[in-house]
Ligand binder design. Sequence first.
Ligand code: GAL
Length: 953
Amino acid sequence: MSFRATTYVEDVSPGRGALAPRARYASSDAKSLSLNGSWRFRLSPTADAEDDSFATEGYDPEGWASVTVPGHWVLQGDGAFGAPIYTNHLYPFPVDPPHVPTENPTGDHLRRFDLPGDWPADGGATIRFDGVESCARVWLNGTELGEFKGSRLPHEFAVGPLLRRAGNVLAVRVHQWSAGSYLEDQDQWWLPGIFRDVTLLHRPAGAVGDFFVHSGYDHGTGTGTLRVDSETGGRVTVPELGLDLATGEAVTVPVEPWTAETPRLYDGVLATAGERVPLRIGFRTVRLEDGLIKVNGRAVLFKGVNRHEWHPERGRALDPATMREDVLLMKRHNLNAVRTSHYPPHPDFLDLCDELGLWVIDECDLETHGFTEQGWRDNPVDDERWTPALLDRAARMVERDKNHPSVLFWSLGNEAGTGRGLTAMAEWIRGRDPDRLVHYEGDWNCRDTDVYARMYAFHDEVERIGRGLDGGTRRRRELPFIQCEYAHAMGNGPGGLAEYQELFERYERLQGGFVWEWIDHGIRHPELGHAYGGDFGEELHDGNFVCDGLLFPDRTPSPGLVEYKKVLEPVRFEGDGADGTVRVVNRYDFADLSGLALEWSYQVDGETVASGALSSPRPAPGDAADVKLPEPPAGAPGGEAQWTLRAVLAEDTAWAPKGHEVAWAQLPVTGRVRPAAATGATPALRDRVVRLGPGSFDARTGALLDIGGVPVNGLRLDVWRAPTDNDEGAEWQPDARYGKLWRELGLHRMRHRLDAVETDGGALTVRTRVAPAAREVGLGTVYRWTSDGERLRLTVSVTPEGDWTVPLPRLGVRFGLAEADTVRWFGGGPGEAYPDSRSASRLGHWRSTVDALQTPYVRPQENGARADVRWAELGGLRIEGDPEFWFGARRWTSEQLDAAGHATDLTPGDTVWVTLDHALHGLGSQSCGPGPLPRYILWASPAEFTFVFSTTR
Ligand code: GAL
C-alpha cells in the first residue's frame, strides 16, 4: 500500500495545476455548460482506501451511488454518507498541523458529459469549480488536471485539448479533511462536498481574460471616472453614457453615483476580438478620510448583518432564489450592509448586492480559531510555510470579486489571531486594489487594517470608543470603529439593540455594526424539527450555538429581526401627539425621502377612527422637517387616543412593492383610562366554596375555582421562565449568568406555603409565602380578591424577604384554562416583546390563536410575551390589567418548555397556561455578549399589581 496519493492532502501549499485567479463574469457569447446535476459517487473512509483507478479512462462506476452537485454528501443519502459535524472553534481532529486524521471521508465523484451540438470546434475551454470542501483532485478523461484547497474559493483548470465531442468523464476526488481544514475553522457545520457550481466554459480565440473595472466617483464635481484594465485588451462601451473607449484608457463624465441606498448601475460591454462580456458599472469611491469611512464623500453608518450561507436542507449549497430571498429580506428589514462571514459567498450573491444595494465586507476564507486553545502556538497565519496558501486565498477572493461596486472592504478572515501571514495578505491586497479598505478584527492594534473592528464589545466600552477614550495604538486611535459582530441573535433576543444604535448614531467615530448573525443553521430533521450540534452523535460539538440567527432555518424572520428593522429605521417621527406637529427626520446617508409616502392614522382604544396622507417633506439626508398633523377627528369617541405615523414605499422598488412599510411611530394624545374599581360584593361561604361576584374559591385553600363558570386552574404567583440562550449565557462569560444563578437558587422549583385565608369586609384575602427549598429567601405574597358583582378583581402584593442577590426571571401570575384558542388583546403587538427588545411592539387591537403566539426557537425557551397589554380575552375570560401587563399563553408549562430540547419535544396538553406578568427580566445577548443592561434587570422588590376578570360569554 502506498500513501503517495494522500501527500497533497497534508501539503500546506494551495495546490497545483489551477489557472491564475481572475474576475468572475458571465460571457454574452462564449458557450458554457453547467456540470451541475446528478454525479456518480463513492464514499471511502480514508483518503487512500481506494486507488485512483476510478479516474482512468473506461472505468465503470457500477454499483456506485449518486449525489447531487452542488451539494454536501453528508446531507444526502439518508445517512448512508456520514453525517454533519458542528463545532464552534474546536477542530474536530487532533491539532497537529498540517496532518489530518486517517479517518478522512473521501468522496469520489464522476460526471459524464457530451458537448452540446453547437459547442465551437475552435478555442480552448476551462472547467471552473466555485466551491469544494475541503480538498479536491481532478481528472478529465483520465488526465490529471491538478488539485486544490480553499473551499469557498473558485478554481479553474484549462481543459481544451482534453475535451471530446462525446463521452467526456470528469473525475473529482474530494477529501473532507486536508491541511486546508486548519485554515477553515469557522463556527459552522463541517460539510464536505462539491457544494457550488461546476461549469465548463468555452474560451474562444481572443477571449476576455482577467479585467478590473475602476469606476470612482468625485462628489465634488458629480463625475465618475471609468477605466477598465484588461489583460487581453479590448474596447469598453457604455451606451447610456455615450462612452466607447479602449481598455486602459480613463474617461471622466457626469454620472449618478452608486450607493447602497441608490444602487445606480450602468450597463456596459467589454469586447475583445473573441468575446463580449457585460459589465454592470457602479461609480463610487470609498476612502478613509478624517478618521471616517466615507463613500462618495460622506460618512456612512453600517446597519449590517453577518451572513453565512445556509439552507436547512442543502447546507451551503444555495440556489439563486434563496440568495435573492436573503437580499430582499435584508432590504425589507432596513439593513444596508452585509459581512460575508466568514468566506466569499457564492458569486451571484454579490451581483444581487450590486443590483439591490448593500454595502459589503467581503471576507476571505480563513479562520484558525482552534489555535486559541494552545495560546495560538503554531498558528498557521504566523508561520511562513503557510503564507503562500494565505496569499492564494486573498488573491482568489480579490480577483474574483473586484468588479463589484458593493464591496467596500476586503476582510482578511476571521479569528485567526495575529501574524506575518495576515500582514502579507494585507500588503498584497493593498498593492492589487488600493481603492478599497482592509478589515480584520483579530488585531486590536490595527496594524493591517483601515478600521478598528471588534466583536461583542459591551455598550459601555462602545461608548468609550465613541468618545475616543479607549486608548490603543496611535494607528487605532486614528481609525473609525465598527462592531463587525454584535448583538448575538441566539434564541430569544438579542436585547439591547436600540441602545447600541443610539450610541452608533450619537458618536461619529462609531460607524455601525453587523449583528451576529443572519440565519440559524438548523438542519431539517424528520424527528427533531431542526437539528443542531450533537444531534448527529458528534464526539465534540457546541450544541445549538449554531442556531443564532435573525431568521429561523426556514427563513421566517424572528422577533429579533423585526426589532432590528424598527431600530434601524431610516425615517424618524418625533414629537408630541397632543401638540399637532411632528418632526420627520431623514436618517439616510444619501437618499432623500422622495421614494416614501407618509401616512397618518388616529386610534382610539386601539381602533383606527380616521386616516390619511401626510404632506411629504423632503429633508436632505441627516436633516429634518416639521409637518403639521391634521386636527384630531371631530366626534372621535373618548378613550386612549394616539397618532400612528408611517413611511411606506411610494412606488414599487426592486426589493419591495409599493406600500411596504419602512418606518412608523406612535404618538400618544390622551392617556389610558384605568379599569374601574370592582368592590361592593361580599364573599359568601356555601358548601366549602366561597363565592365572590362571578368567582368561586376553595374555602380551605383560597384557590380560585372558576370565574362565571369558566374553570381556572392553579392561579398563583409565577417567577420562573424557561431560560433563554441569552439567560444561560456562554460558559466563558465573566459576568453573572442568570439561567445558572436562577437554577442554583431554585427559582424553577418554588414552593407555595399557605399562611391564611381570610374573608373580611368585602374581600377574600389569601396570604402565602413563595420560596425555594434550601434557601432562606422568599416572596411574601398576598392575593386580595374583591368584586362588584360582575367583575372579579385580584390585587397581588409581593414583599421580598431575605437577601435577594439574584434577579427574578419574571413576576406575575399564571393559571390554566381548559379551553382557549383565539386570543384578542389591546396592547403591544403583533409579535412578542421583552423589556429590552420592544421597539417593534405597536399598540393596537390584535388577534391571534394560542398556537400562533408561540415563537418557534429551534431550542425551545421562553417566548411569546406581548407587551403593554391593557386587556386580553381568551377562553371566555376578559382580563384587564392595572397597570398594563405582559401577556402570554401556551399549551405547555414553563417547566415543560424548559425541559424540551427541540420543538418536537413539546406536545400540547389539555390546558392552556396563561401568564400575566407585572415585570420581566430583560434578554440581553449574553450567549455571546453583554447581559441585560442594568435598567432591565428585574431585582426583587416590593410590588403590587391588579387584574380585573370578567367573562365574555
Ligand atoms: C464569533 C465568531 C463567529 C461566531 C460567533 C458566535 O466569535 O466570529 O463566527 O462564532 O462568535 O456565534
